[in-house]
Write a protein that binds this ligand. Structure first.
Ligand SMILES: C[S@@+](CC[C@H](N)C(=O)[O-])C[C@H]1O[C@@H](n2cnc3c(N)ncnc32)[C@H](O)[C@@H]1O
Length: 284
């Protein structure tokens, strides 16, 4: 992995030219809003791949998807520094950030409920890293749930079901709470898909604060982008152009009953203009 000056980012990413209006660009149909249809289509293709070759495990499927999507070297970020990395190295960085995000919260015996888990790659990684924990994943994309079950469903510590943040009640979480004493709520890159999370946090998440032990989010946190750096401004513009939410941290902090205990900016950016930051909270 080698450092990448911001000046050289346009040679490795189409986004600076799009953000500056130098290249015409419109969102793919279906990707506006939450993009569930688009994710479902992608997961459907991976499901086909997994069924064609039953010898593939969940890491093989992720690797195939990564190499199909991008060619090395790829730009990544960590702590506001840009780098060029190999495609596999980028996945390792993302896996490290994922495992690290729960390190201060899990001590064994917890059930992690991942909301918007896609096809559940993250649950496979976490289940390997935390062998004494159980995992429940939910997503509105039916092919994601089917692929998760196909690749990881034989493990008795991982379960999948339908889940949508926009539902009034979160049955997946309620079922997990009915079965387990110590539940940790987790999201990675899924709240991002909503144009605003204010109502989801203030009206639905709050119903479960008495029963959940902690929340851990690896998400794109708009409010953390520095307004006084070029990188920060490009990142804000990226989120604006794609209609991603700008209110996750504000909504969590504004909600009585939630105590945000740590916030870490840019733990890893698989897209350096759209990095994941880590937020941990506990019921107050
Ligand atoms: C960027 S992917 C992240 C998937 C997975 N957490 C990961 O990190 O690989 C965004 C996910 O959010 C899901 N999503 C979109 N809208 C959602 C909603 N309203 N409720 C729950 N999940 C949603 C999509 O189906 C997709 O699987």
């Amino acid at each position: 992995m080698r450092e990448l000056p911001l000046d050289d980012l346009p040679a490795h990413s189409p986004w600076p030219a799009r953000l500056l209006g130098r290249e015409d660009w419109t969102e793919r149909p279906g990707l506006g809003g939450t993009g569930v249809d688009v994710y479902d289509e992608v997961y459907g293709k991976l499901l086909g791949l997994a069924r064609e070759d039953p010898g593939l495990d969940f890491r093989d499927v992720q690797r195939a998807a990564n190499h199909h999507a991008e060619e090395s070297p790829v730009p990544v970020s960590r702590a506001e520094q840009l780098y060029l990395a190999d495609v596999d190295e980028k996945q390792e960085l993302q896996d490290e950030a994922l495992v690290a995000s729960l390190a201060g919260t899990l001590s064994g015996g917890e059930t992690v409920v991942s909301l918007g888990c896609g096809w559940g790659y993250e649950l496979g990684v976490l289940a390997d890293a935390y062998p004494d924990c159980e995992f429940v994943g939910g997503d509105p994309a039916a092919n994601g749930v089917a692929l998760g079950r196909e690749l990881l469903g034989d493990r008795d510590r991982i379960r999948f079901g339908h889940f949508d943040f926009r539902d009034d009640r979160w049955d997946l979480l309620e079922d997990a709470l009915a079965e387990a004493d110590d539940v940790v709520l987790f999201t990675q890159g899924s709240l991002t898909a909503l144009p605003s999370v204010r109502d989801v946090v203030a009206e639905t998440l709050t119903d479960y604060l008495d029963d959940v032990r902690a929340g851990v989010h690896l998400e794109h946190v708009y409010e953390l982008h520095p307004e006084d750096t070029l990188l920060g401004q490009l990142r804000m513009e990226y989120a604006n152009l794609r209609n991603y939410n700008d209110d996750l941290l504000t909504s969590l902090r504004a909600t009585g009953g939630i105590d945000v205990t740590s916030v870490t900016y840019d733990v890893v950016g698989g897209n350096p203009l759209h990095p994941l930051s880590e937020i941990v909270w506990e019921p107050a």
